[in-house]
Structure formats: structure tokens, C-alpha cells
Design a protein around this ligand. Structure first.
Ligand code: ZN
Length: 877
């Protein structure tokens, strides 16, 4: 239901809670149709609240209130007020603590929004972040109210043999009528968004971990019976995460038990509930024949992420939801570093930057641009964004670059020591970094309050007589009133023979590279003792989330691609080369000129192919062309057809000219292997499969056979998927039969069938739109399952710009139809789907008009949720 005027919440309006909840005892009589909740809250007036006799206002939505009592005396209807979102009691005891007892009922089965307590297949589970707890019972649903929870679950023994909640199991027993009960107690205070319960027929995989202080922790993963053989990677990832956090941050796990439950219907990736993480199955289940290498890596990353939250999020949480980046930015940074340590640092950094630059930069340039600490929101669920998460992590990374690795550890130690058990702000985090290092981050704090991606314009000049090189940097943001940012920039210099030049400045010297700190709108840096004009390698490791504008010739870029010692900038040089060439070809397309391949790019590719590479995953990235959505970001007016044509032309030219090299590499690294998750095997598969994708570009019978053979004989999902993807994007006549046999092979594995949907939704084949329409009617498509919706509607609208943005507008209309269908079922997922329409201003007038029409249609839909309303209306503003 849409309010007449959805209310905007502002950070500047924050006040401390009027009341605090010391303890809560929750009793659930579980049933999918009607669950009964009895809660006993020990409340007291907050000593920090200066208001005299404030009313007690509890949040609660979609609850059926049965009874309410204070200190054992029932309240009658004149003593409290109820509306759609709150329950207010005007008079409560002020001097001493009191017990508020509330009984209410809820219907998990009717809960399709998947917030609060809901049914997923046959199991009952919860999702409370950000504000789902208010759909379970009345509460002070805000993160700065931290409470000790005791939870008792009562349910039928056959339907719900496993009953879980946060903390430690303290008692259990049997009841009549084939029912049983279990009590859980969490000794740590927590906000209610970290509450969880799970009930169902679940199998448990168990292991243990010995902490650095020699405590034995029991580790349990709960899944449905048919998934028991897909948990070993998740378990190993959990143990790796626990060890890594001890070694890197000196953080030890604090309960005796750590549980993970995999759930098939889930809005997000996973949730860090204290001691009882609830995960989307996608980020738990893996077996080499059902999961790809990137699935394995994501599982490890997400298991790590949720585990790391135990310190950065749970023990120290957010004061209010505007501070979301406090826990998410820091924790994403931690999981990025964890994955980098487990796999390849070079590859991980490149992949993170790719995501940031294609998706977050687009968000930052669009109508929904917001700072990592937003100032206002209508629906907080809309702020679980790439900006808060990924840019938030970049901001933490910049702090580490500025204070150094040891300084960062000192700062995080102080942060944990100061704030353990508290709900704090982003400012508290920055202050801890400042105080531990005696480092001034006052100007740096603008990163938390300013939105948009800054642009850095760079000019350089070399003075032969003085043997100096001057680099001038000019920063700008979309608004001129904004303060200049404090930006760390990592720089290296290269001699003409490819060796590193020692970097000398007036007062500093390091062997290879230095970090310069840009603080002014415009600032120059002079490097000395340079006998020849150096080639500058700027923003190494992508040391700041900015757009770098720097004139570089193709020759200069080719030189950096051959010689730069910074793995990120080396890759970046190749990407810039391809990008320049493709953008030139896009212009040729638009002017109907004949397309011609640039020989310098071909030469650069040859060079890369000739060199020996230890890290094959990195090698495969060097051979990859920039993605279509990245190229779109480089254009003033996005032309999806020209982008596709130009990029395909380059890919085709490379395939034709380098065919024998690609074939040789394919043969060299094609092994009949079962899909182990180790760096060597992953690298072999990556390099082989990128070669296959080039070869398939040639559309020859021989290469069709190659792909088909790989598809038929693959023993692991990475190889099978890679082959099928090539087939689906080609004119290979085997396409329908391969898709059908894949479906028959995997129809009982939901996560694999998601891939089957995605592959077809992302295809560049001409008939893709019709295919997507047909797939909507497929018996395996389910609108109430977020993973399925993301795999079809989400993939088509967000990853297939060629067909989604078809000139006739059918893609836009299709998406709006789907959003409207989803709106009443699951507003959170519906709202996320709107993002593909928010970039409408980046397209030509005709497409703009078509997209706008659909956004207006959304806003004018009866009963539009505030989630969808906020995104659609802000897009049009
Ligand atoms: Zn998180």
C-alpha cells in the first residue's frame, strides 16, 4: 500500500531512543498459517533522553495484537493507540524498569515479501535487517537499542524437527500432541535486526574450529537433505575466514557455536545474524559439477563477509541506518582482502574495480546518486546499494593507503577497543583511525558526505634542463560548491627501457613508487633527478575511486602494458587501448564508415600472447575486451547497437588474426579435470575458455565441434557453462539440443537452472527477447523466488543492454510489467529491478521517452509500494 505522502527520514533528525530494552524473552508457537508470538520486554527509560514522560512508541506492521500488559496488568483499548506502523502507550513507569508483555499472531505463509518470519519451501525462517523484526512483534526496531535475547521455539516434531535461534541452546523438551520445544540464549546484546530463527526438516553437517586461545568452536551448516553433498566448500571457507580474522585483525570468535542455514527463497545474499547466519543457497551450495569457479569464489567471499560481521557489524553496530556503510564498507573491504589472500591479489583487485566502475559509477552518475552516508531516505531497503557497499569499501581502502598497513591495524584495534558492545557512527570509525595514528582526516571526511564520482584531469611536463617532471592534477565533481577531497594517488615512473625509475621528490625518496596526497582543487607535484622523460604510471592499484582523464597515446599504453610493474595498471593500459580503439570504431559505425582493425592493438595482443605467465587468471584478464556496459559508461549518449557492432568487430578481427595462438593455448590448457578449486586449475580453465570464446567468434564447423565436445564431456560446471555460453551466443545449429539436454540433466538443481535462465537472457542472439518471453511461461519460472526472478528478468534488464534497450521499447515495457507483477508480492525485489530504467537520461531522445513512459506508469500504479515509488520517482525528478 502506498501512503498518500511517503515519509522521508533525515539523518539530521536523529535523537536517542526514549526507552531501552535490557532483556527480551520471546516465545514462538510456530505454524505456517498462524504463528503465535509472546514477548516479554524489560524496559526502562533511557537516562540519556531528556524528554519528560515520553510516550512509549513501538514499531509493528502486519501484526494481529492479542493482548498487552504492563507488570502483569492488562491494558484496555483506551490505554494504547495502534496504527498501521506503530503501537503507542502514553503512560509507562518512569522511575523504575517494567515488564511489557505482548501477545500477537502473524502468518508466515502469507508473507511473500520475505521480511520478518516467512516460509521458504517447507522451512520457516526470518530476515530482519533492516526493519523486518517489526513484522514479527512490536519492538523498538532501531539498531541503537541493543538487547539480550532469550528465545523459545515450540513446534510440531515431524514438520519442524530442527529449531534454531541465536546464541547457545540452553534447554529443550517434549510436549503433548507430538510437539517439542527448544530454548536459546544469546549472551551478547544485539539490535533486533540481528535476531533470527529457523525451523524445518534440515540436515546438519558438522565440523569444529580451534581458536587462537584454544577454544573449540562447533561449526554447523544446515541444508535440505538433497544438498548435503554440497557443503564442504562452505565449511572450509568458514574455517579459512575464522583463521584469517585471527591472523589479520586479532579477532576471535566469541560463542561456542556457529551456525549457517541455506535457504532457497531469500531477498539478499546472506545475513549475519548473531551465531545463526541465514544464507541464500546460492552462497553455500557447491559441487564441482554444479558450481562454477566463480561460484566457489563468491561462496568463500560471502561466507567470509558474514563471518567478519561478527566484529564489524554485530559487536560494534550502527547507531542508525544512515551509518550502514560503517559496517558494510568496512566488511566488504575485509572480505575483498580475504579473497585476495586466498586467490590472486591482482585478479581480485581488477574484478572489484570492474564492478565498481561499471555499476557503482553509473549509480553515482544517475538520479539516485547518494553519499556513502546518505542524508535521507523513504525506504531504507533501497540503500543497500553499490555506493554504500563498494564505494564504502574504497573509502576504507583509501584510509589504509593514507595511514599505511600498520597504522590501519592500530586504528582498527583502537576502534574495537573503544566501541565493543556499542552502536556507533562512521565518524567514530574515522576518529579511531585518526587518534591511533595522529593523522588528520578532517578533509578526508568529505568522502562520507559527498556523492558523485570525482574526475581527475592530469597534465604532465618534462624539463630537460632541470631534469624534472611536473604532474598537475585537477579534481572536479558534479557540483562546484563541493569541497575538494583528500585523495591518495599511488605513482610510479618508468624509464624508456621499461625499468622503474627511482622516484625522487624534494623531500622524499622511495625505490619504486610513492603516494601523493591531492588536497587542493588543483595541485602540482614535481619529480626530480630524471635524466629522460619518464612514462608515468598513475593511480596504481586504483588507489582512489575516481575517473582519471589523462592523454595517453596508444604507443604509450602499449609500453605500459608490456612494462608496468603494477599489475592493476598493466591491465588497465590494455583496457584503455581496447577502449580507445573500440570508441573510434563506434564513431565509424555511427558515420557509416567501413570498420578497420587498428594494427597497434593487434600487436599488443600478440605481445601478451607471446609472454610466459604464471598467473593464468591474470593472463586471461589481459586477453579480455572491456565489457559492453563499461564502454557504455564512456559515451555521452549510449548507442547500444554501435557498441555491440564495434566490440564484436574487434573480437572477430583478433580471432581471425590470432586463431593459431588461441588454438594452441586451448590445446595446452584443456585438461579433462573434475573441477578442483585451486589457483592452477582455475587459471587453466579461465585461459582455455577465453580462447574458446574467441574461436567461436569464427563460426566455423570445426570450432562448433570443439565447443560441443567440451559441453558434452565436461566434468565440471565451469567448462560446461563456458561451452554452452559460447553455443548460445553463436549460430551453432546444436544450440536447441544443447539447451534441452542441459535442462534435462539439471532440472532438479535449482541453482543450475538459474544459470540456464541467465544464459539465455543474456544472449546476443537475435531472438533473445522472444526467448525471454517464452521462458516467463516455463514451468520452472517462479515469480515468488527472488533467485529465479534475478536469473531471468534481472539478467535480461541489467546484463543484456543490446536487447533490453531495443529501439522499439519492448524491453522497457516487459520490465515494467514484471515490476508491477512483483510489486505486491515482494516490494524489495521489485524495487531493485527498477534500476535498469533509472539511467534513462544517458540514452537518445526516443529511448528516453520510452523509458520515462514506463517509469511514469510505475508511479501511477495503484498500491505501488514505497520501495518502488522512491526509486521510480527519484529517477524522474
Ligand atoms: Zn554485509
Amino acid at each position: 500500500m502506498r501512503d498518500a505522502n511517503p515519509q522521508t527520514i533525515y539523518l539530521k533528525d536523529y535523537t536517542v531512543p526514549e526507552y531501552l530494552i535490557e532483556n527480551v524473552e520471546l516465545n514462538f508457537i510456530l505454524d505456517e498459517q498462524e504463528t503465535r508470538v509472546v514477548s516479554k520486554l524489560s524496559l526502562k527509560k533511557n537516562p540519556q533522553c531528556k524528554i519528560a514522560n515520553p510516550a512509549l512508541v513501538l514499531q509493528g506492521e502486519e501484526l494481529d495484537l492479542v493482548s498487552i500488559a504492563i507488570d502483569g496488568t492488562a491494558l484496555d483499548k483506551t490505554q494504547y493507540q495502534q496504527n498501521k506502523e506503530t503501537l503507542s502507550i502514553a503512560h509507562v513507569p518512569q522511575e523504575q524498569a517494567f515488564i511489557l508483555a505482548i501477545e500477537n499472531t502473524i502468518s508466515p505463509k502469507a508473507n511473500t515479501a520475505l521480511e520478518g518470519l516467512y516460509l521458504s519451501s517447507t522451512m520457516l525462517c526470518t530476515q530482519c535487517e533492516a526493519q523486518g523484526f517489526r513484522k514479527i512483534t512490536y519492538f523498538l526496531d532501531r539498531p541503537d537499542v541493543m538487547t539480550r535475547f532469550k528465545t523459545t521455539l515450540i513446534a510440531d516434531k515431524d514438520k519442524y524437527p530442527v529449531l534454531l535461534s541465536n546464541g547457545n541452546k540452553v534447554a529443550e523438551g517434549e510436549l503433548k500432541n507430538n510437539r517439542h520445544w527448544v530454548s536459546w540464549e544469546d549472551p551478547f546484546k544485539k539490535p533486533c535486526y540481528l535476531f533470527a530463527l529457523v525451523a524445518g526438516q534440515l540436515e546438519c553437517i558438522e565440523d569444529s574450529f580451534t581458536t587462537m586461545s584454544n577454544r573449540e568452536i562447533c561449526l554447523q551448516i544446515f541444508v535440505e537433505k538433497h544438498d548435503v553433498d554440497k557443503c564442504s566448500h562452505a565449511m572450509q571457507s568458514l574455517k579459512n575466514s575464522m583463521r584469517w580474522d585471527e591472523e589479520t585483525y586479532d579477532r576471535e570468535y566469541d560463542l561456542d557455536l556457529y551456525m549457517i542455514v541455506a535457504v532457497s527463497h531469500f531477498n539478499m545474499g546472506a545475513m549475519e545474524n548473531k551465531g545463526l547466519n541465514v544464507f541464500n543457497t546460492k552462497f553455500v551450495l557447491a559441487r564441482p559439477d554444479t558450481a562454477t569457479d566463480s561460484d566457489y569464489e563468491h561462496i568463500e567471499g560471502v561466507i567470509g563477509h558474514e563471518y567478519f560481521h561478527n566484529w564489524t557489524g554485530n559487536r560494534i553496530t550502527c547507531r542508525d541506518w544512515f551509518q550502514l556503510s560503517l559496517k558494510e564498507g568496512f566488511t566488504v573491504f575485509r572480505d575483498q582482502e580475504f579473497t585476495a589472500d586466498q586467490t590472486s591479489k591482482a585478479v581480485k583487485r581488477i574484478e572489484d574495480v570492474k564492478l565498481l566502475r561499471t555499476r557503482q559509477f553509473a549509480e553515482d552518475a544517475g538520479p539516485l546518486s547518494h553519499p556513502i552516508r546518505p542524508e535521507s531516505y523513504i525506504e531504507i531497503n533501497n540503500f543497500y546499494t553499490l555506493t554504500v557497499y563498494e564505494k564504502g569499501a574504497e573509502v576504507v581502502r583509501m584510509i589504509r593507503t593514507l595511514v599505511g598497513e600498520n597504522g590501519f591495524r592500530k586504528g582498527s584495534d583502537l576502534y574495537f577497543q573503544r566501541h565493543d558492545g556499542q552502536a556507533v557512527t562512521c565518524d567514530d570509525f574515522v576518529s579511531a583511525m585518526e587518534d591511533a595514528n595522529d593523522f588528520d582526516l578532517r578533509q578526508f571526511r568529505h568522502w562520507y558526505s559527498q556523492s558523485g564520482t570525482p574526475t581527475l584531469e592530469v597534465t604532465q611536463s618534462y624539463n630537460q634542463d632541470k631534469q624534472t617532471c611536473k604532474i598537475t592534477l585537477k579534481q572536479s565533481s558534479k557540483s562546484t560548491t563541493e569541497e575538494p577531497l583528500h585523495i591518495p594517488i599511488k605513482v610510479g615512473l618508468l624509464n624508456s627501457d621499461g625499468s622503474s625509475a627511482a622516484v625522487y621528490t624534494a623531500n622524499e625518496e622511495t625505490a619504486d613508487e610513492i603516494i601523493i596526497e591531492l588536497k587542493e582543487k588543483e595541485q602540482s607535484f614535481i619529480f626530480e633527478q630524471l635524466e629522460e622523460k619518464p612514462v608515468v604510471s598513475l593511480l596504481r592499484g586504483f588507489s582512489a575511486p575516481v575517473i582519471l582523464k589523462m592523454e595517453q597515446s596508444l604507443e604509450e599504453l602499449a609500453f605500459l602494458l608490456s612494462h608496468d610493474t603494477d599489475t592493476f595498471n598493466r591491465w588497465e593500459a590494455g583496457q584503455k587501448m581496447s577502449c580507445q580503439v573500440i570508441l573510434g570504431l563506434i564513431e565509424d559505425c555511427q558515420k557509416k564508415r567501413t570498420l578497420q582493425m587498428n594494427p597497434l592493438l593487434l600487436e599488443a595482443y600478440k605481445n601478451v600472447l607471446q609472454q610466459p605467465w604464471d598467473d593464468l587468471s591474470y593472463f586471461s584478464l589481459l586477453l579480455s575486451l572491456p565489457e559492453e556496459n563499461y564502454l557504455a559508461g564512456q559515451m555521452d549518449v549510449i548507442d547500444v547497437d554501435a557498441i555491440h557492432t564495434a566490440r564484436e568487430f574487434v573480437k572477430q578481427a583478433l580471432a581471425e588474426q590470432l586463431q593459431s595462438q588461441f588454438q594452441a593455448l586451448y590445446q595446452q590448457f584443456h585438461k579433462d579435470e573434475s573441477g578442483q578449486f585451486d589457483a592452477g586449475a582455475i587459471g587453466r580453465r579461465r585461459i582455455k575458455n577465453i580462447c574458446l570464446s574467441y574461436l567461436m567468434q569464427l563460426e566455423t564447423e570445426q570450432n562448433y565441434q570443439l565447443a560441443k565436445a567440451q559441453f558434452n564431456t565436461a566434468k565440471n560446471m565451469t567448462d560446461q557453462m563456458a561451452a554452452l555460453s559460447c553455443i548460445v551466443n553463436s549460430n551453432n545449429p546444436a544450440k536447441p539440443s544443447c539447451l534441452e539436454s542441459f535442462y534435462q540433466q539439471w532440472k532438479n538443481e535449482a541453482l543450475v537452472i538459474d544459470k540456464w535462465f541467465t544464459l539465455q537472457a543474456c544472449s546476443s542472439a537475435k531472438d533473445t527477447f522472444d526467448t525471454v518471453q517464452t521462458l516467463l511461461q516455463h514451468s520452472a519460472f517462479e515469480l515468488s523466488n527472488p533467485n529465479r526472478v534475478r536469473s531471468l528478468t534481472g539478467a535480461f534488464s541489467q546484463s543484456n543492454q543490446l536487447h533490453f534497450h531495443a529501439a522499439n521499447g519492448q524491453g522497457y515495457q516487459f520490465l515494467a510489467d514484471q515490476i508491477i507483477a512483483l510489486n505486491s508480492l515482494n516490494p524489495q525485489v521489485a524495487s531493485r529491478m527498477v534500476s535498469a530504467l533509472t539511467q534513462w537520461k544517458r540514452f537518445d531522445n526516443a529511448r528516453q521517452a520510452l523509458m520515462k513512459t514506463q517509469l511514469e506508469r510505475l508511479i501511477n500504479t495503484a498500491d505501488i509500494s514505497k520501495d518502488v515509488f522512491e526509486v521510480a520517482s527519484k529517477s524522474l525528478a
